[in-house]
Design a protein around this ligand. Structure first.
Ligand code: GLN
Length: 305
């Protein structure tokens, strides 16, 4: 497995030059476009890796499945489904998911920004500080790494360049889809996006989703099995935004990307995969990362279709 990952990594690294590091958040523009790493954690706990898999990066949108898990754990599926729908948007991550007059919970999805902003408001806690802390605790347990924290520079950069997210939040508020104050909800969202980890931690989270809620090795249950079906189904249909259809064709497993260059892939019952490659395509997905996953899927017959 190690040899296979090394070979695929070297084959795919050149594709990074076809993409660009995200620059709409100034701090992200400092990322190294040539970096590429992959980490695989099997459901039974076996690890393999290659490349820049121990570098830290912000998970950005990959926090969305974690937000969804926390919202589901706190409120149950029925409550969440009534506030954030499940239909794929087929649109960019920061799109307004409906015409101004027809915006309702049915056309916002948990894997794009509008849905994620609503989910921040669904997490339980007496204050937003406590809500974020609970999300961070869940992230640490899923990742098997109690040291995980946020990148303060990215958080501040995103907060001071967040006009589009503010626009989305005010629109939600004006349609009665967001109960709390825009700034406190967004502060939680920006902090959530700035959580940083490496490919190993990302692969571990993927392995828990692949394992239907149990940690690899110890088998400790983190969330009820039906929740993995809920989250993985939405990852499959909207985890790569408006690139989800092509990704289903080329790779064929549930996955979530982030503009920090990460991709978390879930191969149900088999493994979690963590990728880091900050050069992105026009949809905000890692170019070399998708190539690597495509080839790995071909070699190991990972597609669920
Ligand atoms: N923090 C980013 C934003 O809200 C997350 C987007 C992403 O990773 N696609 O714009």
């Amino acid at each position: 497995m190690e040899e296979l990952l090394e070979r695929l990594l070297e084959e795919c690294r050149p594709f990074a030059s076809q993409g660009q590091v995200a620059n709409y958040i100034p701090e992200l523009a400092k990322g190294d476009p040539q970096a590429l790493g992959v980490y695989v954690t099997g459901s039974e706990g076996k690890h393999s890796w290659a490349g820049d898999c121990r570098r830290l990066f912000t998970i950005q949108s990959i926090v969305k499945p974690i937000l969804l898990l926390q919202a589901l754990l706190d409120n149950g599926p029925e409550f969440v489904l009534n506030r954030v729908g499940v239909e794929a948007t087929g649109k960019p991550f920061d799109a307004i998911n409906a015409g101004d007059q027809s915006l309702d919970s049915g056309n916002i999805n948990p894997m794009v920004n509008m849905g994620a902003i609503v989910m921040c408001s669904l997490i339980h806690g007496r204050s937003y500080e406590e809500r974020f802390q609970r999300l961070l605790d869940l992230t640490r347990r899923l990742a098997g790494d109690g040291e995980i924290g946020i990148d303060g520079a990215v958080y501040r950069s995103e907060k001071s360049h967040g006009s589009k997210n503010r626009a989305l939040a005010y629109l939600l508020k004006s349609h009665g889809l967001l109960e709390d104050g825009v700034e406190e909800v967004l502060d939680c969202y920006f902090r959530a996006c700035s959580i940083q980890m490496d490919c190993r931690a990302l692969a571990h989270i993927g392995a828990v989703l692949a394992n239907r809620g149990r940690l690899p090795v110890s088998n400790e249950r983190i969330f009820p099995a039906p929740m993995s079906r809920y989250v993985n189904a939405i990852l499959m249909t909207c985890g790569m935004y408006d690139g989800s259809g092509e990704f289903a064709l080329r790779v064929g497993v549930p996955a979530k990307s982030g503009v920090g260059g990460g991709i978390m892939a879930v191969v149900p019952t088999r493994m979690g995969i963590g990728i880091f490659g900050p050069a992105l395509d026009g949809k905000g997905n890692s170019v070399a990362g998708i190539k690597l996953l495509e080839r790995l899927s071909g070699e190991l017959f990972l597609s669920i279709f």
